[in-house]
Design a protein around this ligand. Sequence first.
Ligand code: SAM
Length: 233
Amino acid sequence: SDHYLEYPLSPAHMDWSTHYPKFFTSKSDNNQTLVTQSQSSIQKKVEFADLGCGYGGLLVALSTLFPDTLMLGMEIRVKVEDYVRERINALRSQYPEQYQNVSIIRMNAMKFLPNFFEKGQLSKMFFLFPDPHFKTRKHKARIITAQLLSEYAYVLRVGGIIYTITDVKDLNEWMVKHLDDHPLFERIPDDEVEKDPVIPHVRTATEEGKKVERNNGDKFLACYKRIADNDSS
Ligand code: SAM
């Protein structure tokens, strides 16, 4: 349950310095602690979000590929969040110059996203092997719905990309239908998708992706671009 989860009042209330300390510097000014960003990373904000990140395989893979991009995994299970935090801390101590750009937060990714991210802040959102919620009466719990897509469209910039992958054909069809129906998303053609350097990691970097691989399961990929709406916002 997410009853005890805390949410910032607005993105401006969120203190990211504990998540990405190397990208921020804190200085104490009497009883006030001022947190500012280091010169080299003025205005750096989280740009990639992995919703329901599980054990963090995608973050770890993308961290070194995009060392200057801040990425955040969102995970609702406490134990999984703890695991990913320890995994990132271990990597940071083993490779002090690396893995500074990845972090994990415990949250319900289906709630309060606009409290964490400004309009158009994100450039990539990942939905990798999300829980299928097979039963019809559970479909409303799926992480892609018409209503949630409008929230995702709000935090994703025009030109930003939603990546979805699943081994469950029915869930793939559900996600494709809702994304196709939404006015602010446009499917990226397969040949264009395959040129995207993150795609091999979307397929194989996560723990669930590896499990599907071991079981010779199918992987249904669907990627969508955030397009401008009529008043081009
Ligand atoms: N993406 C990972 C992967 O590919 O290995 C994990 C896939 S796992 C099947 C789905 C994950 O989503 C679980 O770790 C679950 O705890 C998490 N999850 C489910 N609903 C969530 C929500 N509303 N907010 C955040 N995480 C959620």
